[in-house]
Structure formats: structure tokens, C-alpha cells
Design a protein around this ligand. Structure first.
Ligand SMILES: NCCCNCCCCCC(O)(O)C(F)(F)F
Ligand SMILES: [Zn+2]
Length: 663
């Protein structure tokens, strides 16, 4: 299934008609540069174009009051003076004779997107709209927003399609208070937002934007705020919050639909955000959400005022929605101190509501929400001083790397008597291995696996790895008689082909003579074995008391440890080994394959034993990029596992900064 793209140039036909410094950044060019970048890059042609439409009164009334709608209806007939007068009652927003029409198109576009996804016409999609929506409230316009496009879409999805749970992820740099107010008492809509806050010194300067606004009444726990109390946040900070706050909660919530308030003012160069995360981060943020809700994801444009980073960020998002390989993120050096404080506060505020956060540490000593009183003056001084060096006009960043789709998506190396799963390309052509390599294999591998057909298997395996490295194939599935022997062989085969291999070992392993100290290989093993004493910087055993069949424990290890490590290690190849008898649940296995595609440009090599070939179909499906089925309701992870993971993280965070969640 494809990706929907909604855009209508009518929504460029309104603008600010008078002087207002607060609103001058919200210009029609925001939409045109975004759309034109998609056209120029050829991405728009790869999308399914869906027409915009006007939202009806009843749809708008899902969120807004009749009084407010009636008032906005009058604006097309107002004089310039009346429009100025009308605008004065709201904050940081402007009206225009055509903005009511555009606001209906913006909301209607979001609804068209929901229809396209919910009817299965497309898998996911994006709506490029203005005016934005996430600040507008039941009876008021605010922050460039007239109707709350995403809030209306959430209510619409529930009403028309009986959607039970909607996740709204707001990665815009401003707090979408309009969305928060709409759903704060509603447990069927989980709202997550990060936003520039600076201890309430940043617009919209609301006390309720802080991390301790967790929702109210039956919605308690279903509102997650992560305030950024400093500017200059980077890719590491964003990924840490996704791994350590949003994703565990999102997976436990298990949504039927994901809506994204896709604002790109959180990107580098934006005058509002003043952050330093690069446009390619949105490729990963999008990817990390794409295995939720069976892949049903609707992104709706909110903010974004640097026309260069906006256009690049939109392209990065669309390319991921289309399933293209992800760019490698270089030198992630872990969250900064302020981000760790925010992260720790958000986790501790929610630990009583979400079992995956249950073992979160106490809030930091300096409770940051009260800090803003005494810090206002010193912050003010610092802000004045730092102004010049932080000026966003000076910011430069590299053009996001090209994300080329290999001609073949998935290759396979299988015993001759095993049928190749649909969609996979069987590697039969195998060049003979250099004799030197054969002898190396012979003395390396412990079993007779390198006998006649063994050599054939390994020469095909070598060919597959060469093609992965050459980006001729994206990923691959290998079935062997003995995965343990094969693991060692793969290490030999890859040692001169790639710089860093991330080995994810699912299930227990007799003895793993696989560990290196030079960092060329990082092994993360998830099993029921407690190999604590063997642990080192590059060999990290994660013990699940109940083994890999405990999906709750497994998913907690993936988000709490495996993903942050993987991002920091930044491998060129991922070797995913499924040990026989691991007991891992198929949906979890597919989720894992999906998530690991975020590393190494998707170059994942799955190694399985022939007697596990029953799982080949689901493995192939995940490798081909089909969204993983949702994990069924996850029960609370076992306390000892949660505790052990927390302790393991604390011990490892000296070596691996991305594991830090406590200051
Ligand atoms: N320095 C000028 C002050 C601007 N204060 C208002 C900012 C509004 C932000 C709107 C947005 O970006 O959140 C949306 F997504 F809604 F467009
Ligand atoms: Zn914004």
C-alpha cells in the first residue's frame, strides 16, 4: 500500500495584511517550498495524491463551539479594520478574508487523510496544510491556528471508524495546548508533546505545559509533556525522549491509529525553536512510529519557519513514509544534562501510570518546574549574552544524505530443499571463496558446517554480505543448519567488509566466543540466561527471567537498551540471530526486525536455523517492509526484569551515553 499526499495551493492564498512581528513568520511560502521540494525530488510522484476538501460544520463542531464557528464564518466579509479588530481577541494569530476557507481545507485535508488510511486505500500519508491547528481551542483561535486539524481528525476517526485508541505525537517545537485541553480527560486519546519551555519563559508560557500535566480524571496518565528548558537540543536528545519516554508508553497504549502534529520548527535553523536537530532526524522519528497501529500513520503539517530546513524535513518524513532506507545518524553523543532532567521528570511523573516506566528513578533533586521563579533573571541575562552566537540565521547544516533504494530489497540464502518465501530473491550464484578464506573458515568454525555444501552456503552468504555492503540488496535472510557456527563465520566474512557490526542475539547461546574488545562488533543478547559475569562494553547480555516469550520484558529491553545502544554504536551492518528455542513471539520478532531497519541503512542480515523455518514467512514480511502486527495487550513486565534493566543501564551509561535517563 502507498503513501497519501494532500496539498492544495488554495491554502497558500492568505497572508498577514498588517504589521504584527509575532505573526510575520507564518507565510504562504512555507507550503510552496515544502510541496516544491517534494516535486523536485520526485517524491510527490511516488505518493498517491488525495484531494483536499472543506471540513463541514458538523466536523468542525467535533472540537469547536458553535459561537466560535459562527464568528469565524463572518470573517470573509469583514473589512481590514474589522479583521484587525476581530483578531485582537485572540493571541498571536491573524485573520484574512480567505483564511476561513483555508482553515476548512486544512481540517478537511486531515479528514481526507484519515479516510484514506482507515479505508486501507493507503498505508500512511501526510497533509501539507495551513493554517496549522494544534494551538486552537474550543472557542478560540491561537498561535496562527484557526481550527484544530489534528484534534478534529482524532474525534472524526473515533466517530466514523470506531477507532478505540488514538496516539497523537506532537513533535512541533511549541506545545499544542489546544490538543491537550481537548483530550486531557480522555483515556482513548494519548497526547505526547515536547516543546520549548525554558521554565515557562517561552510562548505560550503556560504552567500546564510542564511535565507534571499528566491529564485529569479518567484521562490521567494520557497526557505526556516533555519540556525543553534549554535551546540547542540535538538529535541525541530527541531520540532519547522517543526511546525512554514516548515509545514504551506508545507500545503499552497500543493505538489503532497514529496522528502526528508534524511541525518542523523543531529542526535546526528555525527562528522559533532555536534547536540543532538536523532534518534527517524526522526520518527516524517517523520510522520509530511506523510499526504502531499496523502502520496507520497520518502526519499533518503544523509549524516550521526556516524554509530550507522545513523543506528538507518534509522530504525526510515523506521518504520514510514511502519505505525508503533511513540515513545513518552520525556521532550521537547522548542527551545533554537539561534533556536528561526533562526526561527523568517526565518518566517519574508517569511511572505510576505506565508499567514500562514503573522502574523510573525519582525526579532530579532540583525539581525543574519551580526553577523558573529564581532563574528568570539569570536566564534573561544568559539569553541576552548568548543571543548572537545562537542566531539561527548563522546556522548551517549539511544537506541530508541521499537515501538510495537498493535494486533488490531482500535476498535469501537457503538450503536447496527449502522454498524461498515470496518476495525474497534467492542467492544461488555463488562464486568460489578464496582458498585462504575457506581454510580460515575451516579452522574457525567448530562444526563440520563448512563441509561441501557448507562451503557453498558460506560462499552464498559471503556474496549476500558483499551485496548488502554494496547497497545492491537492502537486507537478507539466511537459513543454516547451525546458527552458532554460522555466527562465527559471518564475523570472519564481515570483518574485512564492514567497520561495525551490531549483533542482536535472540535466545540463549551455549558459549558465545564472539566477543571482541576492539569495538568492531557489539553483541546484545536477549535471553533467559544471566551471563552477567561475561558482560563487557561490547558484549551486553540482557536477562529476561521468563525468556524471550515475555513480550513485555522484551519490548522494554528493546527501547530501554537495544535502540539507544544501536543509535550510539551506529553500525554498518546488523546481524539478527534467532537462536533455536528462543520462544520469541512472532509479532515481537517482526516488530524487532522493523525497528532494527533504522540502523545501517536497513542492512539487516537475519540468521535462523533450518528447524525454525516456520517463522520464515513473518520474517520475510518484516524484511520486505510490511508493518508488523500490533503486539497484543502487554502485561506488566516482571519487576526483577525491570529492576535488572535499570541497574544494567546505570552500569553501562558510563560507556554508552544514550542509555542515560538520570542526571
Ligand atoms: N517570535 C514570534 C512569537 C510567535 N509566537 C507564536 C508562535 C506560534 C507557533 C505556531 C506553531 O508553530 O506551533 C504552529 F504549529 F501552530 F504553527
Ligand atoms: Zn510550532
Amino acid at each position: 500500500m502507498g503513501t497519501a499526499l494532500l496539498y492544495d495551493e488554495e491554502m497558500t492564498k492568505y497572508k498577514l495584511l498588517w504589521v504584527d512581528p509575532a505573526c510575520k513568520i507564518e507565510v504562504p511560502e512555507r507550503l510552496t517550498v515544502s510541496y516544491e521540494a517534494l516535486v523536485r525530488s520526485g517524491l510527490s510522484d511516488r505518493c498517491i495524491s488525495v484531494p483536499a476538501r472543506e471540513a463541514s460544520d458538523s466536523e468542525i463542531l467535533l472540537v469547536h463551539s458553535e459561537a466560535y464557528l459562527e464568528a469565524v464564518k463572518k470573517t470573509p466579509y469583514m473589512t481590514l479594520e474589522d479583521l484587525k479588530e476581530f483578531t485582537l481577541q485572540f493571541g498571536d494569530v491573524y485573520f484574512h478574508p480567505n483564511i476561513y476557507h483555508c482553515a476548512k481545507l486544512a481540517s478537511g485535508s486531515a479528514l481526507q487523510l484519515v479516510d484514506s488510511v482507515m479505508t486501507g486505500k493507503v498505508r500512511n500519508g501526510i497533509a501539507l496544510v495551513r493554517p496549522p491547528g494544534h494551538h486552537s481551542m474550543h472557542g478560540a483561535a491561537n498561535g496562527f491556528c484557526v481550527f484544530n486539524n489534528v484534534a478534529i481528525a482524532a474525534r472524526y476517526a473515533k466517530q466514523k471508524y470506531g477507532v478505540k485508541r488514538v496516539l497523537i505525537v506532537d513533535w512541533d517545537i511549541h506545545h499544542g495546548q489546544g490538543v491537550q485541553y481537548c483530550f486531557e480527560d480522555d483515556p482513548s486519546v494519548l497526547y505526547f508533546s515536547w516543546h520549548r519551555y525554558e521554565h515557562q519563559n517561552f510562548w505560550p508560557n503556560l504552567r500546564e505545559s510542564d511535565y507534571d500535566s499528566v491529564g485529569k480524571e479518567s484521562g490521567t496518565g494520557f497526557n505526556v509533556n516533555v519540556p525543553w528548558n534549554k535551546v540547542g537540543m540535538e538529535n541525541s536528545d530527541y531520540l532519547s525522549v522517543f526511546c525512554h519516554v514516548l515509545l514504551p508508553v506508545a507500545y503499552e497504549f497500543c493505538p489503532d491509529l497514529v496522528l502526528v502534529c508534524a511541525g518542523f520548527d523543531s529542526a535546526i535553523g528555525d527562528p522559533e525553536g532555536e534547536m540543532c536537530a538536523t532534518p534527517d532526524i524526522f526520518a527516524h522519528l517517523t520510522h520509530l512510529l511506523m510499526n504502531l497501529a499496523g502502520g496507520k500513520l497520518c502526519a499533518v503539517l503544523e509549524g516550521g519557519y526556516n524554509l530550507t530546513s522545513l523543506a528538507q524535513s518534509v522530504c525526510q518524513t515523506v521518504q520514510t513514509l514511502l519505505g525508503d532506507p533511513l540515513p545513518q545518524l552520525a556521532n550521537l553523543r547522548g542527551p545533554c544534562k537539561s534533556a536528561i532532567e526533562s526526561l527523568q521528570c517526565a518518566r517519574s511523573a508517569h511511572r505510576r501510570y505506565w508499567s514500562f516506566l514503573k522502574h523510573a528513578a525519582d525526579p532530579p533533586m532540583t525539581d525543574i518546574s519551580t526553577k523558573h521563579i529564581k532563574s528568570t533573571m539569570e536566564e534573561e541575562e544568559k539569553r541576552e549574552m548568548a543571543e548572537e552566537e545562537r542566531c539561527t540565521e548563522g546556522k548551517v547544516w549539511p544537506e541530508p544524505p541521499e537515501r538510495l533504494c537498493p535494486p533488490v530489497c531482500s535476498g535469501s540464502v537457503l538450503p536447496d530443499d527449502v522454498a524461498c518465501p515470496d518476495g525474497l530473491k534467492r542467492l544461488s550464484s555463488s562464486k568460489d571463496l578464496e582458498p585462504l578464506l575457506v581454510s580460515k573458515l575451516k579452522n574457525r568454525s567448530r562444526t563440520a558446517a563448512v563441509d561441501g555444501d557448507g562451503v557453498t552456503t558460506f560462499s552464498r552468504l559471503y556474496t549476500l554480505i558483499e551485496k548488502l555492503v554494496a547497497n545492491e540488496i537492502r537486507n537478507g535472510l539466511v537459513l543454516v543448519p547451525d546458527v552458532t557456527a554460522a555466527m562465527c563465520v559471518v564475523q570472519d566474512l564481515t570483518s574485512d567488509l564492514v567497520k561495525r557490526v551490531l549483533v542482536v542475539c535472540v535466545g540463549k547461546e551455549k558459549e558465545l566466543d564472539y566477543v571482541t574488545t576492539d569495538g568492531k562488533v557489539l553483541v546484545v543478547q536477549i535471553s533467559s540466561e544471566d551471563n552477567e559475569e561475561q558482560r563487557s562494553k561490547y558484549y551486553i547480555p540482557v536477562c529476561l527471567k521468563k525468556g524471550c516469550s515475555d513480550t513485555s520484558g522484551f519490548i522494554q529491553a528493546v527501547f530501554g537498551l537495544l535502540l539507544p545502544l544501536g543509535y550510539e554504536y551506529n553500525p554498518d551492518l546488523v546481524l539478527l540471530v534467532r537462536m533455536p528455542g528462543s520462544g520469541v513471539v512472532d509479532s515481537m520478532w517482526q516488530q524487532l526486525i522493523g525497528l532494527l531497519q533504522g540502523f545501517a541503512k536497513g542492512h539487516t542480515l537475519v540468521l535462523m536455523q533450518v528447524n525454525e523455518k516456520a517463522s520464515m514467512g513473518s520474517t520475510a514480511s518484516a524484511l520486505l517492509g510490511h508493518p508488523a502486527p500490533p503486539l497484543q495487550e502487554l502485561q506488566t513486565p516482571f519487576p526483577e526484569d525491570g529492576d535488572a534493566l535499570e541497574r544494567l543501564r546505570e552500569r553501562l551509561q558510563a560507556d554508552w551515553k544514550m542509555l542515560q535517563t538520570t542526571s
